[in-house]
Design a protein. Structure first.
Length: 271
């Protein structure tokens, strides 16, 4: 398994799970020195100079990229399941641009907050139909680059659609959309009853994992049994990234150090 941390190309809000604010040489050097294999990248404008600089640094440092995340679009009020076709179209266009950018750094693109929420006056089926239609349009773009789109279940306090891994798994089985799953242990701890069981049941769909403790910090900084989850994931032959999409609390370096220490320990323990 490979390890990574979350980085943004823009100044990060302190409440966001972005461990390193800014895709800078200084941050990349810290990440490399701690032994991480790559990054997840939060992108707002893929045509910006900062995006180009990030691409150059990723290649220079030899980092792998697990995901490029368009969550910043949600902050602009853009959602794939929005009732307004105009808003959906803009969202699809912008994620399409992010897909094109991601193809240059060999990553995948996540669909999390950008799917949006079901409104009180509509049924879930009505919301899902719009979201599915948007996904199909994005798949037409991503397939040109042989790129995976990855669905992220997100807890109920942030969004009201596809909160649990079970719901994500059911959604993909029912719709048969050729999309993968992102497992985020922070969200799972809130929404899923048995984390080990749902990881095992979902493993054939999982292409990426955000590996976080109960407080959205590095494993060992909260109260979850992260070693047990690590072992389940390893035992089921997962080959992707375990990413610290973590809060920078008390600071980026301390959380990244704790994560690196945990991963080294588990690598030795579960050879």
């Amino acid at each position: 398994m490979k390890t990574s941390v979350s980085v943004s190309i823009f100044p990060a809000n302190k409440t966001a799970p972005i461990l390193f604010s800014g895709a800078t040489r200084e941050n990349f050097q810290i990440i490399q020195d701690l032994g991480y294999d790559g990054i997840d990248l939060f992108v707002d404008n893929p045509y910006s100079e900062k995006a180009k600089e990030a691409t150059n640094l990723i290649k220079e440092f030899g980092f792998g990229v697990g995901l490029v995340m368009p969550a910043a679009l949600a902050g602009q009020g853009l959602y794939l399941g929005d009732k307004s076709k105009d808003i959906r179209d803009v969202c699809i266009k912008k994620i399409g641009e992010i897909i094109e950018y991601t193809s240059e750094i060999d990553g995948m693109v996540s669909l999390g907050l950008v799917r949006g929420s079901q409104s009180p006056e509509e049924t879930l089926e009505e919301f899902n139909q719009r979201f599915i239609d948007s996904c199909e349009k994005l798949l037409n773009i991503s397939e040109k680059y042989n790129m995976d789109l990855v669905l992220e279940p997100i807890n109920r306090y942030e969004i009201n659609t596809i909160n649990s891994m079970q719901e994500g798994l059911d959604f993909l089985k029912e719709t048969k959309l050729p999309i993968s799953l992102l497992a985020d242990t922070f969200h799972m701890n809130i929404e899923d009853v048995n984390l080990e069981r749902i990881l095992i049941e979902s493993m054939s769909y999982i292409k990426h994992i955000h590996f976080l403790d109960s407080n959205r910090l590095a494993p060992s900084m909260g109260h979850m049994n992260m070693e047990a989850l690590y072992k389940v994931i390893k035992d089921h032959n997962y080959k992707g990234f375990l990413c610290l999409e973590a809060l920078a609390k008390p600071n980026s370096v301390e959380v990244a150090e704790k994560g690196a220490e945990f991963f080294r320990k588990c690598e030795q323990k579960f050879k």
